[in-house]
Design a protein around this ligand. Sequence first.
Ligand SMILES: Nc1ncnc2c1ncn2[C@@H]1O[C@H](COP(=O)(O)OP(=O)(O)OP(=O)(O)O)[C@@H](O)[C@H]1O
Length: 487
Amino acid sequence: MLKITELTGGYGGREIIRRISFEVEKGQVLGILGPNGSGKSTLMKMISGVLPAKSGTIEIGGRRLAQFGAKELARQMAVLPQLHPHAFSHTVQETVALGRYPHQGGWLSGWSAQDEAAVQEAMQLMDITRYSRTLLDQLSGGEQQRVFVAQALAQDAPVLLLDEPTNHLDINHQKELLDTIKKQAIDKGLTVVSIFHDVNLASMYCDQLLLLNEGEVAGYGEPHEVVKEKEIQAVYRTRISNHPHPELPKPQITLLPEVKRQSARTRIHAEDLKLSVDMVTLESPVPLKTVSSAVVNAGAGWYRTFLNRHVSVDYNCDDSTAEMTAFIEKCGYKVTDTVAMMTAVRTEDAIVKEYEGAFGSVIIAVTAGVGNAVDVSRAAERAVQVGTINTWVLVNGTLSDEAFIQAMITATEAKTKALFQEEVRDPLTNTIATGTSTDSCLIAATQQGEKLPYAGPVTELGALIGTGVFECTVEAIRLYMEAKQKW
Ligand SMILES: Nc1ncnc2c1ncn2[C@@H]1O[C@H](COP(=O)(O)OP(=O)(O)OP(=O)(O)O)[C@@H](O)[C@H]1O
């Protein structure tokens, strides 16, 4: 629908953009990204015909831009500029109605039912109907921005050009505006080109992205092809980290500040773990980057409080996460800063040991209840019966994402080997058990000190985890067996 080929141009003799080419189909949204001064607005001005191109072509539906008359072009293309040169003495409705001028015979003459419907629909879409009689200069910056977007939508043109449409908008209105534009693109087959400063919003809402750097294309394609760590860092000259969106297959970035965390203590020790009849507790002096399958705050995050709570063997609760959350609050801990798991094993019998390495150390903490152990290879044959081995691996070091996952694998293999060594059997199949049905594992690291890219068994970190989890699990199983004989 919109095709830009080898577009070059700028102001006076100064070339601002050079050899830009891209294409946008009907129903698609293309986002233009780039640092300040990279030429985004200049490119937009050239596409909208405000600024003549030095060379290259702009085609709408196969026709060159130059072949359109001014009014005819306005029926094809609606533009939301970065700055709004409108007279602010208009009401909201009058301002939105200005969007209909390409469809008029004369200046606001022959106002049709279709014009009225387009204005009302645009005001509704931008949620500004209640301000229709208010003067524009009595609205906030964000409300005014929605009025100008409504004006562009009322124009009912198949091509929509937007220069930072989310400017001034709070997060809810940013989302609502972009949801609306995306929906309009799909439902009405609009072709949308929009400038973004927010890389994450652009990645979420655009089908394609064009990344500009000093007037040239530095990236073009689907968001996953453009929002790449190295490329974004190079173009924006700032440190970022790339991660997946939690619900959409769209990459997101996070800025990495230069200011480092500061705390008096940067290491954790085995003695920091407190054992009591109620729970095993670690109140870490530094937040730990954590990956776990805990009951509260499972998954990945940063936490300072870690609980392995003792519950009775007949603990039965419909919503154990809610019950555990209430328990954390009752103890005076902050739920948002706490990872918590539970066990029916005596928590004062937890095995805690520290293993020193050249990089720092690993602290292992294990509670093991193997009364209902399970042979995972025969798991399909059984009904769920709760038993729990809870394993904590706390690392004084900086782990990569890969190392977190490898640490989890290494710890699980070491646990399984401990069950094998102790000949713990699945009571149903009488084969050697590999774990229990509700085991939890937690890997947490200070993310300070030496960088540890891997945690497989042949690495120093992996070897410490392997030895440590094996030894601690064996001891924990023996204590459990001894305690069971006394019951
Ligand atoms: N009217 C103008 N006359 C001369 N030079 C201009 C004009 N407008 C912009 N420029 C120059 O063109 C270059 C690109 O500006 P442009 O506004 O296109 O960048 P941008 O990527 O939209 O930046 P921003 O993110 O800050 O809005 C800048 O160096 C700017 O100084």
